[in-house]
Ligand binder design. Structure first.
Ligand code: PLP
Length: 396
């Protein structure tokens, strides 16, 4: 199935400057040539199994299920992958593609640093030169990830323009790409950007949903009643949803409600945003009435993004998936609960999905099932948890 225009209904497309058009068209051609190539699939599969640690288990969270008292809750354990999150599924796929395209140099943008680390790993194993753009302020906030990227062999460029955060890092990466397109591949970290990126990243992350589909069927002789995943740019969620679209599983994406939807401090793009263009795609965007992108907030850095992958905008409009929000505090409480009941510390991003599952599981039948994609592990968030615990204590 070659869907070449890159539109999901009215969303997606290639809203890019003329100078980038030949580069993007070339990438599109190469990707659709290589994607179904047997050798490419074989090589990628080997990396996913032997290096990244696939398949990840589906785990029946019995203690949590008993505590909530309703539908059976299952966890898809992407937190057990190498690097501690789903991001390696995508970086291995794109880095291998770059190699097949005879590119020798990879560039990437990173906000909190998770994608930068996953890119560095993939480039090390595939012997590609890797340079990561990161906002100066993000580099200060995420010192550990900055160090990890360097240890893993990447050169990190700290960006001092604008607000010195993710969007400035993206601008610099694009500038670099236009200048060095001959030998350079731009590795995007979520299901966002101009076509073919949203489709490509979805394809690489769909390994999550394919495994859920067969693992759940094997366990229960039916597909899950509900699948839940958190939505930042939307890659772990679309990877979870896409292979389940032809089943009767209800699909629910959970966005960052931050301090509340009645404040400006959230990142609930699909719930509160409107149609607009961002980073080369038509999608939902958090913008003011003049089209200026709003500042966003979430307790979890990975959900803190003012846009969303175009396929999610399409799934929402067509009512193929639902999108809900969970606040910082609800996510924090879900983190504590899963840690205590199951001995699993989830990433604060994933804790959003858990929090929503907890809200609805009690009203469901015991014969029903929910799968939650645990997109990553929570070790990276310990400092934030510690601060929040202290605040809670001081307010008592
Ligand atoms: C980056 C990240 C996310 C958000 O990205 P998506 O593209 O929306 O999946 C979620 N969870 C973890 C652990 C992450 O590192």
């Amino acid at each position: 199935m070659k869907k070449k225009n890159g539109m999901f209904g009215k969303f997606g497309g290639k809203y890019i400057p003329e100078t980038l058009m030949p580069v993007i068209n070339d990438l599109e051609d190469k990707y659709f040539q290589i994607r179904d190539d047997k050798n490419f699939q074989k090589e990628l599969n080997k990396l996913l199994i032997e290096y990244a640690g696939r398949p990840t288990p589906i785990y029946y969270a019995k203690n949590l299920t008993t505590k909530i008292g309703g539908a059976k809750i299952y966890l898809k354990r992407e937190d057990l992958l190498h690097g501690g999150a789903h991001k390696i599924n995508n970086t291995l796929g794109q880095a291998l593609l770059a190699k097949k395209m005879n590119k020798t140099r990879i560039i990437a943008e990173t906000g909190a640093g998770q994608h930068g680390v996953a890119t560095s790993m993939a480039c090390s194993i595939l012997a590609l030169k890797s340079e990561i753009y990161m906002g100066h302020n993000d580099g200060i906030r995420q010192k550990i990830n900055l160090l990890k990227m360097k240890l893993l062999g990447s050169e990190v460029h700290l960006v001092n323009s604008g607000s010195k955060t993710l969007k400035d890092a993206i601008n610099e990466a694009i500038r670099d790409w236009i200048k060095n397109v001959k030998n350079t591949y731009y590795l995007i970290g979520s299901a966002v950007g101009p076509h073919p990126y949203p489709t490509m990243v979805r394809d690489f992350q769909s390994v999550i949903g394919k495994e859920i589909r067969s693992q759940m069927y094997k366990k229960n002789k039916k597909y899950p009643d509900i699948a839940i995943a958190c939505v930042g740019g939307g890659s772990n969620a679309i990877g979870t949803f896409h292979p389940l679209l032809d089943t009767n599983t209800e699909l629910i994406g959970v966005e960052a409600g931050g301090c509340g939807l009645d404040t400006d401090n959230h990142a609930a793009t699909l719930t509160m945003g409107s149609q607009g263009i961002l980073h080369g795609m038509m999608t939902y965007v958090l913008q003011n009435k003049d089209g200026q992108i709003k500042d966003t907030h979430s307790i979890s850095a990975g959900l803190d993004y003012p846009g969303v992958g175009p396929e999610h905008a399409y799934l929402m409009n067509k009512k193929f998936a639902k999108y809900k929000t969970v606040s910082d505090t609800e996510a924090f409480n879900a983190f504590l609960l899963l840690s205590k009941t199951e001995g699993i510390m989830p990433a604060l991003e994933s804790a959003h999905a858990i929090a929503y599952a907890i809200k609805i599981a009690g009203n469901m039948k015991k014969s029903e099932s929910i799968v939650i994609t645990i997109s990553g592990r929570g070790d990276k968030d310990i400092e934030i948890i510690k601060t929040k615990l202290n605040n809670v204590k001081n307010n008592k």
